[in-house]
Design a protein. Structure first.
Lengths: 332, 324
């Protein structure tokens, strides 16, 4: 076990502009790689950003065009945007982990997804958030149990959950059980309460924790944004202030001490060297899936089946039948 | 449901002296009740104290063995005069009285780290044996079974809890959330700074009130006749625990404490209705669970050392045994 240099990138996206935001990803990844980072982590749904209108206005209050804009700028896998992110990871020889608004090629539902790209230019993992929070449920669908990966980087096993999904004890336990050294928590969550959670998680599984947030000021809403005058009503601005994303990026050691951050209200890439041996050292004290577990009392069953929209069965037919739209039947 | 006052009592036990420590529990419970507390919580293994020496002795050496003998002798047996006195105190004061105890079976030689909750009617409403001791604690405490992971209705909220690092067991916490816990007790010996974010996290994760309660004791508080006293312990600067008691709201904000470096009673007003309302935002056992993917099974069967069965009318003789 060696030392892993990580970069947690707290940055601003270009709201609902996929190509411009990927340009920022390229530039910020290059800068992190110049500092020797081997793992570069970006925030939740960084490409093309947070659908901020869900928290500034009532739901369905004339927000359909913004939703369509989000769908247009969402990341489709495989697709050009995914290829660009793959190329960025390969060019800089880093593990690139990034949150995206993702959709199926012909889909009208957006998923809150984290993608893991290898330095060799492959997509090694994809996690769709299992449960969106509050108003998020009006823009994002739910992932299934098939996308809860832990990825072996060769320099530590890496995985994690997105934002308040980090409060799901059973989901965390499933990832712990897969053996995880570095926990990634892309998030939008602000405040000290969230930092408590990052510290608790580190101590609960004796692992490094990297929480990564975006930062965005109302001044950064692009000029000419469609319906921009309605996006952040004056009453919201007065109640919540001008920071749409305040930032909260933090890196925590396996004993729960904060190594870097939290950084707020500015762009900054936190760099830290993670001594992975400390994970094993700390599990001498506590191992929630080993000597501190009680499998005789607690059994966790995890259904990791992919759940596609439909399951199609063709009996005695060929693909042509399906293409012609003949009904599939499971009855003989 | 309405707000009620609760108390976390940070106090010093008379280590390995059951009756003297129960005397302190009674006096402090009286104070808290007089201040209006409806629920009064004491620290982990408070009666007759946390066996701190497990961290200072070599396993099984003569001193450690002598100390175990003392602990065994002074441990609390449920249904004995010691628990009768605690139950009577809860009844007399009309409070929920919750305390950690070094507990053993009447004829048992293993000590358990147990949380006892006495109801205002004087019944023992809950007994939880810690499922897994930590590190050197494993040399003096056994492990509880799943039968004691209960949550009890107090009339002002559903009450339960876990002990010390058991709070780092995600599945044990999930079990309590699924039982609808509103008031989460976390008696502990952990007096580190990092314990504070853990209690704040649990409050946010369960959207419940968390009452953390820790003993406060230094070497000069120890009885003079404690085996190994002079070799193992120093003077007033030698803290066994400096305390860490606090009460946290369901949004993770600290309502009172953490209190360190002194005895004292930490009070807060809590309202279980507010905790339940907070679950509109997050409910780990409801709208934010994914029970289609993640299914937890908890075995709550009591696990005794043996089950005795006799099919005949009385005690079998050796002759009957031979007859088969």
């Amino acid at each position: 076990m060696g030392v892993l240099r990580v970069a947690a990138v707290q940055a601003s996206y270009v709201l609902m502009d996929r190509d411009a935001t990927i340009g920022r990803v390229a530039e910020l990844t290059a800068a992190a790689a110049r500092q020797g980072a081997q793992l570069v982590v970006f925030p939740e749904v960084f490409v093309p950003g947070t659908p901020i209108w869900i928290d500034t206005r009532p739901i369905w209050d004339g927000d359909e065009d913004w939703y369509a804009l989000l769908a247009d700028n969402a990341v489709v896998i495989p697709g050009q945007a995914a290829d660009q992110l793959t190329a960025i990871a390969a060019e800089h020889q880093v593990w690139l982990v990034i949150g995206v608004d993702e959709r199926e090629p012909h889909g009208g539902t957006i998923y809150n997804t984290v993608l893991y790209f290898t330095p060799g230019g492959e997509l090694a993992g994809r996690h769709r958030k299992l449960m969106p929070t509050g108003s998020e449920r009006t823009v994002w669908g739910m992932g299934d149990g098939s996308t809860l990966p832990v990825v072996d980087t060769g320099l530590g096993r890496v995985g994690g959950l997105t934002c308040w999904e980090n409060y799901m004890p059973l989901a965390r336990f499933y990832l712990y059980a897969q053996g995880i050294d570095v926990w990634l928590a892309p998030t939008l969550a602000v405040g000290d309460g969230w930092i408590s959670t990052m510290r608790h998680l580190a101590r609960e599984n004796r692992m490094y924790v990297i929480g990564v947030n975006p930062v965005l000021h109302t001044d950064q809403i692009p000029a000419g944004f469609p319906g921009g005058d309605r996006l952040v009503p004056a009453a919201h601005l007065e109640a919540s202030g001008p920071w749409l994303e305040e930032g909260n990026t933090v890196i925590v050691a396996p004993d729960g001490t904060v190594i870097a951050g939290p950084v707020r209200r500015r762009e900054e890439t936190l760099i830290a060297d993670l001594d992975l041996r400390q994970v094993t050292v700390q599990r001498r004290h506590l191992d929630p899936v080993g000597h501190y577990h009680r499998p005789d009392i607690f059994r966790l069953h995890v259904d990791t089946s992919p759940r596609p929209v439909i399951t199609q069965t063709v009996i005695g037919g060929t693909d042509e039948h399906r293409a012609n739209g003949e009904p599939a039947s499971s009855n003989p | 449901m309405g707000p009620v006052k609760v108390a976390a009592v940070q106090a010093t036990p008379v280590l390995a002296d059951r009756d003297a420590t129960i005397g302190k529990v009674i006096a402090l419970a009286e104070t808290a009740a007089a201040d209006g507390a409806r629920l009064v919580a004491f620290p982990e293994a408070f009666v007759p104290g946390y066996p701190d020496w497990v961290w200072r002795t070599k396993p099984w050496d003569a001193t450690a063995t002598a100390l175990y003998a003392r602990l065994l002798d002074q441990a609390v047996v449920v249904g004995s005069p010691a628990t009768d006195l605690l139950a009577e105190t809860a009844r007399r004061l009309g409070i929920w009285l919750c305390t950690g105890a070094d507990e053993r079976d009447e004829n048992g030689s293993t000590v358990y780290n147990t949380l006892l909750c006495f109801a205002p009617d004087g019944t023992l409403a809950a007994r939880h044996r810690k499922l897994m001791p930590t590190g050197a604690e494993r040399l003096v405490w056994g492990t509880g079974d799943g039968s004691t992971l209960t949550v009890t209705d107090t009339g002002f909220g559903r009450l339960g809890g876990l002990i010390c690092w058991e709070n780092y067991m995600p599945l044990a916490r999930a079990a309590l959330y699924a039982r609808g816990i509103d008031i989460y007790l976390a008696p502990t010996w952990d007096n580190s700074d990092v314990w504070v974010p853990t209690l704040r996290h649990i409050a946010r994760e369960g959207r419940c009130y968390v009452i953390g309660v820790t003993a406060c004791i230094r070497a000069t508080d120890l009885p003079g006749d404690l085996p190994g006293r002079a070799d193992l312990y120093g003077g007033p600067e030698d803290w066994l625990s400096c305390g860490n008691s606090m009460i946290v709201a369901p949004d993770g904000e600290i309502l009172a404490g953490p209190l360190t470096g002194e005895d004292g009673i930490v009070y807060a007003e809590i309202d279980a209705g507010a905790a339940r309302t907070a679950r509109q935002q997050f409910d780990p056992a409801g709208h934010y669970s994914r029970s289609d993917i993640l299914r937890l099974t908890v075995d709550t069967t009591p696990r005794t050392a043996a089950s005795f069965r006799c099919d005949g009318p009385g005690r079998p003789t050796s002759q009957q045994s031979e007859a088969g």
